[in-house]
Design a protein around this ligand. Sequence first.
Ligand code: SF4
Length: 95
Amino acid sequence: MSQDVEWMTDAACAETSPDTFFPNQSESTEPAKRICAGCPVAGQCLDYALANEFFDGVYGGLSPNQRRRLAGKSAPITLTLETRAESAETSRGEP
Ligand code: SF4
């Protein structure tokens, strides 16, 4: 399978520690999402993550659970701080 990945050269996260985008369960995804918010290739990044079924880490400004929902995949059974926060956001009608 060949995929165009030239967009990665314009990634806002190119100079950022990967740890920011793969926080552990007790850490927030918000720092990564803030970087993604200013990324000129966020759309390509999200498409790439969905096409390759990457459900770890932040891609395209979305958390793994947000991408799972977008892809119609079930969320993990284990509730983490992140999923609890997202559940609270969803119940308030936020994306
Ligand atoms: S959208 Fe976020 S994860 Fe994707 S390339 Fe841009 S900064 Fe990196």
